[in-house]
Design a protein around this ligand. Structure first.
Ligand code: BMA
Length: 327
C-alpha cells in the first residue's frame, strides 16, 4: 500500500530504523527521553509539547511546568528534531490591539501552520480550564486571540487547513479537575474567534478497555489519501490511577466529524521506564506528528510520565493498516 500524504517535504525528519526483532507498529527513539528533566532555569519538567518544521529545521512550543507549579509555554528550536534549545522566557502574549494578554497557566500546546500563520492552541484558565488560541508568523511576536470556548474544555486541536471554507477544531469538553469522562467533538469557525456548529465525533470505548474512561485528540490531524489520520490518547482507570495510552482513527476528508476507521488495540502504552516512572506515572501523551511524504516516515512526539519529551517512529502505511484493523 502506498499512501498519498499532504505535508511539506521533510527529508530531514528525525528518524531511526525499526530495531531488529521489533514487531510493533511504532518504536521508540534510542535517544529517548530527548529532553532532560529540567532544561530551563525556572522549569521543573518539560513534556506534552508540540513541534513542526520551520525554515531548515524545526520549531517547538513546549509545556514547561515552572517551579511555582504552574505550566507555561516556551518556544524552542532544533536543527535535527532531537536536540532542542529552549528559550528561558515563556511566551509573552499580546492581544490583537497590542496589550499584554498573559496566561495564568498554559499547557498541552498544539502547533499548526495554516497558510502563512502558525497557530498555537493550549489549555488555559478562564474561571476553569478552556482552550486558548494564539498565533505568530515569526516566533518572535505572539498574538493571543479570545479563548475558543467557555470552560470546561481541553485538547483543542486545529486542522491544518480550512475545510469547506471553515477553520475546524477538535476539542474535548471536560470538568474542573481530572475529568473522569470525555468524548471528542468538532467545532468550526469563519474567523478563528467565533466557534459553533459543534458535532460529536467519537467517544470513549466500552469495548477497548485501554480507552474506556476518556479520549482526547493528540497531534494535528494528518491529511492522507485514506482520510485524516487522527492520533488520540485514551485513558483507563486502575486502582493506582489513570493510565494514558494512544491509538489512531481515520476521519472523512470532507466531513471530519465522520469516523471511517478506529483502531481496536492501542498503538502505544506506557512501557519504558521514562513512561512508567515520573511525576505522573504511566502516561504517554502525543502532541505532534511529522511525516515525510516521500518516504512515509512518521515521527510522533509525546510527553512521557508528565516529566519528559519522547519521540517514536513508524511508517504511515503500517499505521493506517493497523488503524483499519488489518494486523
Ligand atoms: C491530563 C492533562 C495532561 C496530563 C495528563 C496526565 O488531564 O493534565 O497534561 O499529561 O492529565 O497527568
Amino acid at each position: 500500500m502506498r499512501i498519498e500524504v499532504f505535508h511539506d517535504p521533510l527529508d530531514n525528519i528525525p528518524w531511526e530504523e525499526r530495531p531488529a526483532g521489533c514487531t510493533s507498529v511504532l518504536w521508540r527513539s534510542s535517544k529517548n527521553p530527548i529532553l532532560g528533566r529540567n532544561p530551563v532555569r525556572n522549569g521543573s519538567r518539560v513534556f506534552n509539547s508540540a513541534v513542526t518544521n520551520f525554515k531548515s529545521g524545526f520549531v517547538g512550543v513546549f509545556r514547561v511546568d515552572h517551579k511555582d507549579g504552574r505550566p507555561q509555554l516556551h518556544v524552542g528550536f532544533s536543527e535535527d528534531g532531537f536536540n532542542w534549545k529552549l528559550r528561558e522566557e515563556d511566551i509573552e502574549w499580546v492581544s490583537e490591539s497590542g496589550k499584554p494578554f498573559p496566561t495564568f497557566y498554559a499547557y498541552d500546546p498544539r502547533l499548526v501552520r495554516i497558510e502563512d500563520t502558525y497557530y498555537i492552541t493550549f489549555c488555559t484558565d478562564d474561571h476553569g480550564p478552556t482552550i486558548g488560541v494564539g498565533m505568530t508568523k515569526d516566533f518572535e511576536r505572539f498574538t493571543r486571540l479570545p479563548n475558543a470556548f467557555v470552560p470546561f474544555n481541553r485538547n483543542g486541536v486545529l486542522f491544518p487547513k480550512k475545510i469547506n471554507g471553515k477553520y475546524l477544531m477538535l476539542n474535548r469538553p471536560s470538568d474542573m479537575g481530572h475529568t473522569p469522562f470525555g468524548d471528542i467533538f468538532l467545532s468550526e469557525s469563519d474567523d478563528m474567534i467565533h466557534w459553533g456548529n459543534h458535532r460529536w465525533v467519537m467517544g470513549r470505548s466500552s469495548h477497548n478497555w485501554w480507552e474506556n474512561l476518556k479520549i482526547g485528540t493528540g497531534p494535528v490531524p494528518l491529511q492522507t489519501s485514506e482520510g485524516w489520520l487522527l492520533i488520540y490518547h485514551g485513558v483507563t482507570l486502575t486502582c493506582n490511577g489513570y493510565v494514558y495510552s494512544f491509538g489512531g482513527a481515520l476521519l472523512d476528508l470532507k466531513d471530519p466529524s465522520k469516523v471511517l476507521y478506529r483502531c481496536k488495540d492501542y498503538l502505544m502504552t506506557p512501557e519504558a521506564d521514562y513512561e512508567t516512572c515520573g511525576f505522573v506515572p504511566n502516561v504517554v501523551f502525543p502532541c505532534a506528528l511529522l511525516c515525510d511524504p516521500s518516504t512515509n516516515r512518521v515521527a510522533i512526539y509525546y510527553g512521557a510520565a508528565d516529566t519528559h519529551v519522547a519521540v517514536a517512529f513508524g511508517y504511515l502505511d503500517e499505521i493506517i493498516d493497523y488503524v483499519k484493523g488489518n494486523h
